[in-house]
Design a protein around this ligand. Structure first.
Ligand SMILES: [Zn+2]
Length: 391
């Protein structure tokens, strides 16, 4: 296990601890076939450090070897209508900004390939997707587009065609050595000024502000704000052209290009504010953890059935961070690949929404507020009216 004492983003030594968990499941997207296997799933500590120099937050004791992305991870959010609309709109935005017809796009961490396929459909780009967890059987087919995939971690040595456009969504937060990663991207771009770069990464500022402990889990070893995200790229000699929060302010969207030294955007200047948030975080997160533990335990004591909607990382973190188990009766997920499987840590069985009609819950805790309308409508369709709250 590594123990990183200087900032992996900027190399600074002025780093301080802001959060510590003794033992959390090393994978929270994984699906287990039995309750026993799920409960016995390996755990490791997490120690979040804040870099005073650049605002980057990272898990000091992260061990990449514990996370097997080539196994049965189930990160795809593409079963939600809300997420699909968001991804389609993003592709439309990219298509409006870049002329990618016949150009070569590289997507690092392409997951199951859905986004790349939509990008090819809307822009006519040729494309290569790289991801150790890519499952060929899951993709409906290239549909006449020139798309290929490499089932491996991103390594500049295996990228044979220099890309004109680089896409990287929900991947940077899984990379421990983010400085070296940017270096590798610069290598495949190879100084060509016309290359476009698109990144989408979870934003940690809201996590700091809200004490959102469910958004902190083992696979996420690196955490960014708008400013620390942009600073990472500028350090590698890139310009940041467009930078904003999307998806209910949960994700950082950033467009960059090999740089000519453009001035920082106003929204990058967040270091003082983030320093203050980091300093207040230990107390904030402790209070929020107490709130949700009390919320669940008091309902359980009153004989109420509590269900959690969302069998992904947030749900696993929500349960395991606070040691909740039998107090939560059910875990629901719309992703059919998760249903019938067990959550690492607590060993909860993941059920389909339809299963709620047999055992109606009194309270449903939604793991992502953006899905509240979607979930509320689905519950109403089933004739259910439980107390519905979002974290
Ligand atoms: Zn730093």
């Amino acid at each position: 296990m590594s123990d990183i004492k200087s900032c992996p983003a900027c190399g600074g030594r002025h780093v301080s601890e802001i959060y510590r968990l003794d033992a959390i499941p090393v994978q929270s997207c994984i699906l287990l076939d039995s309750e026993e296997e799920a409960r016995a799933f390996p755990r490791r500590p997490l120690v979040l450090m804040f870099c005073d120099g650049c605002g980057f937050i990272y898990n000091r004791v992260f061990d990449l070897a514990m996370v097997d992305y080539a196994s049965t991870t189930e990160e795809s959010q593409h079963f939600s209508g809300t997420f699909n609309r968001f991804a389609r709109d993003l592709v439309a935005e990219i298509a409006g900004l870049y002329d990618l017809g016949g150009q070569q796009t590289l997507e690092i961490g392409c997951g199951k390939g859905d986004f790349l396929q939509e990008l090819a459909r809307q822009t006519g780009t040729r494309a290569l997707g790289v991801d150790p967890g890519f499952i060929p059987e899951r993709l409906p087919g290239a549909d006449g587009h020139d798309i290929s995939f490499q089932r491996e971690y991103f390594d500049p040595a295996t990228i044979t065609e220099a890309p004109d456009f680089v896409v990287c969504r929900h991947t940077l937060e899984h990379v421990p050595e983010v400085g070296r990663f940017m270096h590798d991207i610069a290598r495949v771009i190879d100084g060509r000024q016309e290359v476009g770069i698109f990144f989408e990464t979870p934003d940690v500022r809201r996590v700091l502000e809200e004490g959102a402990f469910w958004d902190i889990y083992y696979e996420h070893c690196s955490y960014f704000t708008l400013g620390s995200h942009a600073r990472l790229f500028r350090r590698e000699g890139m310009d940041v052209n467009r930078l904003y929060l999307a998806y209910d302010d949960q994700y950082i969207i950033q467009y960059a290009a090999p740089g000519a030294g453009k001035a920082a955007l106003p929204q990058e200047e967040d270091l003082d504010a983030v320093r203050a948030l980091a300093a207040a975080f230990p107390e904030k997160v402790a209070a929020i953890r107490r709130h949700w533990t009390d919320f669940v335990r008091s309902r359980h004591r009153d004989g109420k059935r509590v269900a959690i909607w969302g069998g992904g990382s947030k749900g696993v973190s929500f349960l395991t961070t606070n040691g909740l188990g039998e107090e939560v009766a059910q875990v629901i997920d719309i992703n059919p690949f998760k249903q019938g499987k067990y959550l690492p840590g607590t060993g909860h069985l993941v059920s389909a929404p339809e299963d709620l009609t047999e055992t109606p819950p009194d309270t449903v805790i939604v793991m992502n507020p953006i899905y509240l309308p979607e979930i509320g409508a689905q519950l109403a369709d089933m004739g259910l009216e439980p107390e519905l709250v979002a974290v």
